[in-house]
Design a protein around this ligand. Sequence first.
Ligand code: CO
Length: 150
Amino acid sequence: MKLGRLNHIGVATPSIADSIAFYRDVMGATKLHTPFDLEEQGVKVCFVDTPAADGAMNGTQIELIEPLGENSTLASFLAKNPLGGQHHLCFEVPDIAEARSEFEALGKRILGPTRIGAHGTPIFFVHPKDMGGMLTEIMETPKEGTHWSN
Ligand code: CO
């Protein structure tokens, strides 16, 4: 496994609108993206950028996720955590297929097929029970120019 940048922290919320106001007014975020629906994953998504370190291209993002419809997998998370909260971590890797094979070889349970995620790059999720309790998203590092398309 070639560990890359911590791309984003997924944060579940019952209201993206309320969370946007929180990150803007309380946390001082100045770069908030436009929310969009990710139908195939049953979520509404909004990225909030944190500033990049000196010399770095990108800071780590907060990925706000709100259930889209009643069948969303997020609905059960919010039933247990009504205020929302930390939902997953997402790490970049240079090669998604290689990373998947490595996790599989270690017997880690991967949730579903590799698919296109919220950043328009291939992703997969690894079961929290095999990852120290943390739902983990693995994402291929975005190619130049695609990272901030939303
Ligand atoms: Co994510």
